[in-house]
Design a protein around this ligand. Structure first.
Ligand code: GLC
Length: 558
């Protein structure tokens, strides 16, 4: 018997629960579980806390939530060091708590996406413990990337590959061998040429799909396939270990990023994901540029890939227009839906970032405590609101990071004593890391952690968080929260098709496009107010001035 909903050929989603295309133009809200809401008062967010606050997401009007990892983990990298892919960290709850969360989300009409971390496990994973206990050459070691070292006594790492978090990507174990970790030493890389590894992730995909999750976010999707043919190749320069170095290699040939063979893995997964009704969606976290990135989003692979070029674009009309046009073209060519993102748990929050002059070194800014250069918080919020209405008008899915609906700024002045991100220590205290965007959310204007939990929070919240709290914004006309709510409600009604048409006669510094007959979005990134095209003004990110669109403002017009 065929399932009638899977026979839809129209790609415009109706967002009903059985629509296989629901994700193509969805708004997905990223929950960073440790920092969302703490039900048991231990200072760390948990699953019960999320379940209790799901009404916030329903009232916001998003379509889905994506949960960053909540699996057992020693939190060497905020949970991206997974000790067991098919369980819940006891500090965050239990599998029953997960089921309750998913049931409540579904009752509220929200889809649930979980994070899959296939590039590396935690060093506490039973497999890695087994690999340490079994000697060199054992099948247990073959699930990871173990090699003898170089030098007379094997005292040098097997290659010059560098970890993303700083330092060598190799760590030595007591018997003298070395293992590969592209991230922290507590995150040993798996060997995806090993059939047992592949089989186990198929089991994990089924485990969560059977539990009713609607999709997967795939961590570091571009690094799974590695060239492990002997002898392993040196790169010759440390910077060639970085994702930015991909252009120095013929496409698909870097020893560990974006290799052509990685796509076989996702084609295999797609068969599993498509065996569910509706098919489970997936989105790749692949720090790869342009058309190479959208290969991960082909319909027979993951379907979507995060668009980090959009996130990295400056607050500049020409640059944004180019990125938007290129992104839509490459998504279209791949048969994928485009994605847009401004903030996540790895980058400086966009309320602050969009104010940093082009070329600013984010790390130097963080090390200055957010003072060099000084960022005007209210101007940043104005820009962020304009950027949000622009993003939400674009065809495709938008990924929203918890707290951006409150207009939260980056907490750039966290004292170094409280930093938890492994980047800080692993770079020899040179790079401050990502804690400034992970500070727990403020729900109320008072209380020990502004309603995050009954006790304190695992990262200190600045006093200014009181004024950003949900309680301070709920029902307050013009607040960031109400802007998001109104925009998401309107967007739902306006969605149609997956394309846009740029206006021809746009003044410099202005972005102006029409989605379809009724809906036009104009953003003014110039220094002067501009005239608005004719039509009914549906929503603006800041008040109009004398009927004109002021700088750093977006308007939706019908
Ligand atoms: C991804 C995650 C990041 C994590 C890294 C290693 O980039 O977004 O937070 O540190 O993978 O798992």
């Amino acid at each position: 018997m065929t399932d009638p909903v899977t026979d839809r050929t129209d790609t415009t989603p109706d967002l009903s629960s059985r629509d296989p295309n629901w994700w193509r133009q969805a708004v997905v809200y990223q929950v960073y579980p440790r920092s969302f809401a703490d039900a048991d008062g231990d200072g760390l967010g948990d699953l019960k806390g999320i379940t209790r606050r799901l009404n916030h997401l329903a009232a916001l009007g998003v379509d889905a939530l994506w949960l960053s990892p909540f699996y057992p983990s020693e939190l060497a990298d905020g949970g991206y060091d997974v000790a067991d892919y098919r369980d819940v960290d006891p500090r965050l709850g239990s599998l029953d708590d997960f089921d309750a969360l998913a049931a409540e989300a579904h009752r509220l009409g929200l889809k649930v996406i979980v994070d899959l971390v296939p590039n590396h496990t935690s060093h506490q994973h039973v497999w890695f413990q087994e690999a340490l206990a079994s000697g060199p050459g054992s099948p247990a070691r073959d699930r990871y990337v173990f090699r003898d070292g170089r030098g007379t006594h094997g005292e040098l790492p097997p290659t010059d590959w560098q970890s993303v978090f700083g330092g060598s990507a190799w760590q030595r174990v007591p018997d003298g061998q070395w293992y590969l970790h592209l991230f922290a030493p507590q995150q040993p890389d798996l060997n995806w040429a090993n059939e047992e590894v592949r089989a186990d992730f198929r089991t994990t995909l089924r485990f969560w799909s059977d539990r009713g999750v609607d999709g997967f976010r795939v961590d570091v999707a571009h690094a799974l396939a590695k060239d492990l043919s002997e002898p392993l190749r040196d790169l010759g320069a440390p910077e060639l270990s970085s994702e930015d170095a991909l252009s120095h290699f013929p496409p698909g040939t870097h020893p560990f990023y974006d290799r052509d063979e990685v796509h076989e893995i996702y084609r295999d997964w797609r068969k599993i994901l498509d065996s569910y009704r509706p098919p489970r969606m997936a989105v790749a976290e692949a720090w790869v540029q342009g058309a190479r990135r959208t290969l991960y989003a082909r319909p027979d692979e993951l379907g979507q890939a995060f668009n980090f070029e959009y996130l990295q674009a400056g607050w500049d009309a020409d640059e944004l227009r180019q990125v938007i046009t290129d992104s839509l073209d490459s998504a279209h060519q791949a048969g994928a839906s485009a994605t847009w993102v401004l903030s996540n748990h790895d980058v400086v929050r966009h309320t602050s970032r969009l104010m940093l002059p082009p070329g600013t070194d984010d790390n130097a800014w963080l090390l200055s405590g957010g003072h060099a250069p000084e960022v005007d918080e209210s101007h940043g919020l104005r820009r962020a609101r304009a950027a949000t209405l622009l993003m939400l008008a674009l065809p495709g899915s938008s990924y929203v990071y918890q707290g951006e609906e409150l207009g939260l700024p980056e907490v750039a002045d966290l004292p170094v004593e409280v930093l938890q991100d492994p980047i800080w220590e692993q770079t020899g205290r040179v790079r401050k890391g990502r804690d400034g965007c992970r500070v727990p959310l403020p729900w109320t204007t008072t209380g020990p952690s502004y309603g995050f939990g009954a006790a304190g929070a695992w990262l200190p919240q600045p006093p200014s968080f009181a004024s950003y709290a949900v309680e301070a914004q709920d029902g307050v006309e013009g607040s960031p929260l109400e802007l998001y709510r109104t925009a998401l409600r309107l967007r739902r009604k306006l969605l149609e098709g997956e394309s846009l048409a740029w206006a021809d006669d746009t003044p410099p510094g202005v972005l102006d496009f029409t989605r379809h007959d009724g809906w036009r979005c104009v953003t003014n990134l110039s220094d002067a107010a501009v005239r608005l095209p004719a039509g009914e003004v549906l929503l603006t990110s800041a008040p109009l001035e004398d009927g004109q669109l002021p700088p750093d403002t977006t308007a939706w017009i019908a």
